[in-house]
Design a protein around this ligand. Structure first.
Ligand SMILES: Nc1ncnc2c1ncn2[C@@H]1O[C@H](COP(=O)(O)OP(=O)(O)OP(=O)(O)O)[C@@H](O)[C@H]1O
Ligand SMILES: [Mg+2]
Length: 485
């Protein structure tokens, strides 16, 4: 049965029987056996007192019959019964003797010979539940030919009535009762166990089989969206587990997709980089030749061109080492930050007459200990974002300013990049420094801020939004100067 149901639950035609090959004795079998065992135990606990009760009722019934007969016969004023009547009565109450004891005097009413081998004296009037249980169990296993005395109070006769009976009669009755009870108990426990089992199977085992077969299938194909668990809308603990599983699988799938995206991108970058390096090498060659031309404009721009191409070649070299996902550690030295900011302006093409006003507020004497190339890239990414944000703004009369300033605070250098752009959209602020997640531009990759943050962290520093609103944005970078320590 379980196998058939497992097959039905199979996801994408996978055999669940195969998935559960490792399961030795299934949860359902354990559950069935345990339910039967517990219900049988409960039945035994009920069986023992009911056995004692049966014995008491049996004895009392026989005493009652004897008592009724005694009342009739004693009323006829005969002290003893006739022989025929005595035999009939003794047969009816399955007794050897019937006696009445009153006023301290014992009176034998009927007898078929002297009592012998009396092994027990049962006082029904003073029987407690515990003594009844013990005595009933003992009587079950006594020799059938032994006899016992049983007596009880009788109100009608004003004394006690007493029977001597052979063990075999009550034993036969008790064994028959035990057999019936046992059979009934078995039937009840199997029936109840089946019900409990079915209920638990549907409520717990089946959902667990569904969950684990889904986990199995999902772990083999985590990128397959159709394998994400569909929770059953239950409100109990299993429902919660189902919801958590579905969320977990959705998150895992997203993460894997991101990883895949990164891997694909890494490969693409490496390929592009490879060929770009060859092209840059040619450009380097040509630009070197330019320096020999006497034209003053060429003389002015050629060194900048050479420097820019050199920088590009350095980048491609570092990317070639694509096995490393992290940036090289900073090669620190003392540098003049003012001139690095000026280089950024040149590369961004922000001339005196451009729409965006450039302000380099960094003290020309301020020296910063850091990697010039990396700090250049940090400023470049921040300034380019600011420039793009302001360019994308609807034309309004507001003056567009891009300002860079820096100051020494204790042993740190605080650098600020401020713009009068439209501010960073609120929804991307929490993920601004996460790769590929924050870009709002067509053609933007969402890597600029990630790179900037990584380079700042490599210096032991921090980067964050200091302020952003519809009036503009300010980024603050802190570069510790004693990071080497
Ligand atoms: N100064 C700023 N003003 C307004 N928005 C900004 C500013 N700086 C960053 N942003 C927003 O943050 C987003 C993420 O910037 P990030 O530099 O990481 O990626 P990108 O510029 O879109 O792409 P690229 O990887 O090419 O730099 C931008 O798309 C932009 O929406
Ligand atoms: Mg950018």
């Amino acid at each position: 049965m379980a196998n058939g149901e497992l097959k039905e639950l199979g996801v994408n035609g996978q055999s669940d029987a195969a998935s559960f090959a490792g399961v030795k004795r299934g949860l359902s079998v354990k559950l069935l056996l345990l339910t039967i065992a517990f219900i049988m135990l409960a039945e035994i606990l009920i069986f023992v007192p009911s056995m004692a009760n049966f014995r008491n009722v049996w004895l009392r019934t026989h005493l009652d019959i004897a008592e009724s007969a005694s009342i009739v016969y004693l009323d006829t004023a005969d002290e003893r019964l006739s022989e025929g009547a005595s035999e009939n009565l003794l047969d009816t109450v399955l007794a050897k003797t019937i006696a009445i004891r009153r006023d301290g005097r014992s009176q034998l009413l009927a007898s078929s010979g002297a009592p012998s081998q009396i092994v027990a004296h049962i006082d029904l009037d003073n029987a407690t539940p515990f003594s009844s249980i013990r005595s009933a169990l003992e009587m079950l296993f006594m020799a059938p030919e032994t006899q016992y005395r049983v007596f009880d109070q009788t109100r009608a006769l004003g004394g006690e009535i007493e029977l001597v009976q052979e063990m075999k009669h009550i034993q036969a009755a008790m064994w028959k009762y035990a057999r019936n009870i046992l059979l009934l108990s078995l039937l009840i426990s199997v029936f109840a166990a089946a019900l409990v089992y079915l209920a638990l199977y549907r409520l717990i085992v089946l959902p667990i089989i569904r969950i684990s077969s889904n986990m199995d299938a999902f772990s083999k194909e985590p990128e397959n969206a159709s394998l994400i668990y569909k929770p059953s809308k239950r409100g109990d603990e299993i429902g919660v587990a189902e919801n958590r599983l579905a969320t977990l699988q959705t998150d895992l799938r997203k993460t894997l997709q991101q990883k895949q995206h990164l891997a694909d991108l890494g490969l693409a970058v490496s390929k592009i980089n490879h060929d770009l390096r060859n092209i840059l090498a040619s450009a380097q060659l040509f630009s070197d030749r330019l320096t020999s031309l006497p034209d003053p404009t060429v003389q002015r721009f050629a060194p900048k061109l050479i420097r820019t191409i050199d920088r590009a070649v350095d980048y491609t070299k570092s990317v070639i080492d694509y096995g490393k996902a992290v940036e090289a550690p900073p090669n620190r030295r003392n540098l003049v930050l003012h001139s690095i900011a000026d280089e950024v302006r040149e590369l961004l093409g922000l001339e005196q007459n451009s729409k965006i006003k450039w302000q380099n507020d960094i003290d020309q004497m301020l020296e910063v200990n850091g990697d010039p190339e990396q700090l250049f890239r940090v400023l470049m990414n921040l300034c380019r974002n600011a420039q793009q944000a302001m360019q994308d703004m609807d034309a309004d009369d507001r003056e567009q300013i891009l300002a860079v300033c820096a100051e020494a605070v204790g042993s740190d250098i605080h650098i600020r990049v401020k713009d009068t752009g439209p501010g960073i959209p609120e929804h991307i602020q929490p993920k601004l420094f996460n790769a590929f997640q924050a870009s709002t531009k067509a053609g933007g990759t969402g890597l600029g801020m990630t790179i900037a943050a990584e380079l700042v962290r490599a210096h032991g520093g921090t980067i964050g939004i200091e302020e952003t609103s519809a009036n503009g944005t300010s980024f603050k970078i802190v570069i510790p100067q004693n990071a080497a320590e």
